[in-house]
Design a protein around this ligand. Structure first.
Ligand SMILES: [Zn+2]
Length: 83
């Protein structure tokens, strides 16, 4: 499980992923859910892969999951989306 500090969020679930499956629990995202983005690695970008291998910073690929699936922490209410 990632450290809470390494998960981007929590945020209200974006409308464009409603109904998509959370990789953490295999349940669909529903309106009112609170989610976060977990960085999983460099993805298929060769430049990012080289940077990751040499322990340099890179723009990684993130996966959206329920906040509780990423952190174990229950969030009662979603914070306001940043404008
Ligand atoms: Zn989940």
């Amino acid at each position: 499980m990632p450290d809470v500090e390494s998960v981007d969020g929590p945020i209200p679930v974006p409308d464009d992923v409603l109904g998509h499956t959370c990789p953490g629990c295999q349940r669909p995202f529903e309106r009112g859910d609170v989610v976060g983005t977990v960085l999983i690695g460099p993805g298929d970008d060769p430049v990012a892969r080289r940077a990751a291998r040499s322990h340099h910073a890179y723009d990684g690929v993130g996966v959206l999951v329920h906040w509780i699936c990423a952190t174990g922490q229950d969030v009662i209410t979603a914070p306001e989306a940043e404008a």
